[in-house]
Ligand binder design. Structure first.
Ligand SMILES: [Zn+2]
Length: 199
């Protein structure tokens, strides 16, 4: 334990995902030794992101206004929605340039161990978006791991009675990983070769 401000910083850093106590301590001492200007830039970036960035009221992607850039774009098809776990997955899929529809960001995946159930994800919002019948196809693009699989299976069951086409990315993505780690070519192919699971 350190005194006051240093310990506060270590505690805050330690709350970040993937940062254990040792890393928190290392980062804290790195910041202590860094130039004041560098630390100021980091502090400003943290403040700015909370001030300016929010989540799109339609799809849940990160946005700097009420709606994100993709939802506001009239050239994007409103007939296809690609459902992903996190905003970073939107970035990964956009990089492939294979998809010209819109997105829906769930905010995670079903994970009983971490107590994340369907009600904790933006599934109700998805069903609301689908209610008017304008959407023809929903592409489920979950991470290729156990939680992603559970989420896709749950969504397939929810969406099947709605009479629209539900498809899933083709296999070939590295199993156990994150969508964002798949290279553009692999992810692009998985997109093109998506298989219909309902409808
Ligand atoms: Zn949006």
């Amino acid at each position: 334990m350190y005194e006051g401000a240093v310990q506060d910083l270590i505690d805050e850093l330690g709350r970040l995902p993937g940062v254990g106590p040792k890393s928190a301590q290392r980062i804290a001492f790195h910041l202590l030794a860094a130039d004041a200007a560098d630390v100021r830039r980091l502090a400003d970036a943290l403040t700015e992101v909370k001030l300016r960035v929010r989540f799109c009221e339609i799809c849940g992607n990160v946005a700097e206004s009420e709606q994100c850039r993709i939802c506001r774009d009239p050239r994007r098809s409103a007939e296809v929605i690609c459902v992903v776990e996190e905003p970073k997955d939107v970035v990964a899929i956009e990089r492939t340039r294979e998809f010209r529809g819109k997105y829906h960001v769930l905010g995670g995946a079903i994970n009983p161990i971490d107590n994340v159930g369907p009600d904790d994800l933006r599934i109700r919002e998805l069903l609301t978006r689908l209610a008017d019948g304008a959407v023809q196809e929903v592409i489920l693009a979950m991470d290729p791991n156990v939680e992603g699989e559970a989420t896709a299976t749950y969504l397939t069951r929810m969406l099947s009675p709605m009479g629209l086409r539900v498809s899933r990315l083709a296999s070939g993505l590295p199993v156990g990983g994150d969508l964002e780690y798949a290279d553009e070519v692999t992810l692009g192919r998985a997109f093109e070769g998506r298989r219909v699971v309902s409808g």
